[in-house]
Design a protein around this ligand. Structure first.
Ligand code: CA
Length: 105
Protein backbone atom coordinates (compact mmCIF):
# COMPACT_ATOMS: atom_id res chain seq x y z
CA UNK A 1 0.00 0.00 0.00
CA UNK A 2 2.80 2.40 0.79
CA UNK A 3 4.17 1.95 -2.70
CA UNK A 4 1.74 4.71 -3.48
CA UNK A 5 4.07 7.04 -1.64
CA UNK A 6 6.82 6.53 -4.19
CA UNK A 7 4.52 7.20 -7.06
CA UNK A 8 3.23 10.32 -5.42
CA UNK A 9 6.66 11.68 -4.71
CA UNK A 10 7.40 11.23 -8.36
CA UNK A 11 4.75 13.84 -8.98
CA UNK A 12 6.46 16.18 -6.57
CA UNK A 13 8.81 18.89 -7.74
CA UNK A 14 10.80 18.85 -4.52
CA UNK A 15 10.97 17.07 -1.22
CA UNK A 16 10.31 18.89 1.99
CA UNK A 17 12.26 17.60 4.93
CA UNK A 18 10.22 17.58 8.10
CA UNK A 19 12.24 15.43 10.42
CA UNK A 20 10.81 17.14 13.49
CA UNK A 21 7.25 16.14 12.76
CA UNK A 22 5.63 12.94 13.89
CA UNK A 23 6.13 10.10 11.42
CA UNK A 24 3.13 9.26 9.28
CA UNK A 25 4.54 5.94 8.12
CA UNK A 26 5.19 3.52 10.97
CA UNK A 27 8.06 1.05 10.96
CA UNK A 28 5.47 -1.70 10.72
CA UNK A 29 4.01 -0.18 7.56
CA UNK A 30 7.34 0.52 5.89
CA UNK A 31 8.70 -2.90 6.89
CA UNK A 32 5.86 -4.59 5.01
CA UNK A 33 6.89 -2.76 1.83
CA UNK A 34 10.58 -3.23 2.62
CA UNK A 35 10.19 -7.00 2.52
CA UNK A 36 8.66 -6.79 -0.95
CA UNK A 37 11.30 -4.44 -2.31
CA UNK A 38 14.24 -6.37 -0.79
CA UNK A 39 14.02 -9.08 -3.41
CA UNK A 40 17.30 -10.80 -2.51
CA UNK A 41 16.35 -10.76 1.18
CA UNK A 42 19.67 -9.42 2.46
CA UNK A 43 17.99 -6.91 4.76
CA UNK A 44 19.06 -3.90 2.69
CA UNK A 45 17.42 -2.21 -0.26
CA UNK A 46 19.89 -1.56 -3.06
CA UNK A 47 19.51 1.17 -5.66
CA UNK A 48 18.70 -1.58 -8.15
CA UNK A 49 15.96 -3.05 -5.96
CA UNK A 50 14.42 0.36 -5.29
CA UNK A 51 14.56 1.39 -8.93
CA UNK A 52 12.95 -1.85 -10.03
CA UNK A 53 10.14 -1.52 -7.48
CA UNK A 54 9.39 2.11 -8.30
CA UNK A 55 9.47 1.53 -12.06
CA UNK A 56 7.14 -1.45 -11.75
CA UNK A 57 4.73 0.59 -9.66
CA UNK A 58 4.75 3.56 -12.03
CA UNK A 59 4.20 1.32 -15.04
CA UNK A 60 1.43 -0.62 -13.35
CA UNK A 61 -0.39 2.59 -12.51
CA UNK A 62 0.40 4.37 -15.76
CA UNK A 63 2.19 7.21 -14.01
CA UNK A 64 4.76 9.22 -15.95
CA UNK A 65 6.84 11.48 -13.73
CA UNK A 66 9.01 14.21 -15.22
CA UNK A 67 12.80 13.93 -15.15
CA UNK A 68 12.90 16.58 -12.43
CA UNK A 69 10.47 14.62 -10.30
CA UNK A 70 12.45 11.43 -10.70
CA UNK A 71 15.62 13.33 -9.85
CA UNK A 72 14.04 14.74 -6.67
CA UNK A 73 13.07 11.28 -5.48
CA UNK A 74 16.41 9.74 -6.45
CA UNK A 75 18.21 12.50 -4.59
CA UNK A 76 16.22 11.87 -1.42
CA UNK A 77 16.81 8.13 -1.66
CA UNK A 78 20.55 8.63 -2.21
CA UNK A 79 20.77 10.95 0.77
CA UNK A 80 19.04 8.44 3.03
CA UNK A 81 21.14 5.55 1.73
CA UNK A 82 24.35 7.29 2.71
CA UNK A 83 27.84 5.90 2.22
CA UNK A 84 26.83 2.24 1.87
CA UNK A 85 24.43 3.11 -0.99
CA UNK A 86 21.74 0.83 0.41
CA UNK A 87 18.68 1.48 2.53
CA UNK A 88 18.29 -0.20 5.90
CA UNK A 89 14.76 -0.66 7.27
CA UNK A 90 15.18 2.54 9.32
CA UNK A 91 16.50 4.54 6.38
CA UNK A 92 13.67 3.22 4.24
CA UNK A 93 11.19 4.36 6.88
CA UNK A 94 12.83 7.81 6.96
CA UNK A 95 12.52 8.07 3.19
CA UNK A 96 8.87 7.04 3.30
CA UNK A 97 8.21 9.71 5.90
CA UNK A 98 9.93 12.40 3.85
CA UNK A 99 7.66 11.48 0.98
CA UNK A 100 4.63 11.37 3.24
CA UNK A 101 5.44 14.79 4.71
CA UNK A 102 5.66 16.22 1.22
CA UNK A 103 2.37 14.75 0.11
CA UNK A 104 0.54 16.05 3.14
CA UNK A 105 1.96 19.55 2.87
CA1 CA B 1 18.51 -6.33 -0.91
Amino acid sequence: MKFALFALVASAAAIRITAEEAPCVSMKQSDAVFKQVDTNGDGQISKRELTRAVKAYLKQNDIHPTKAQVKAFAGAAKKEAGADHTLSPVEFNDLANEVCAYIES
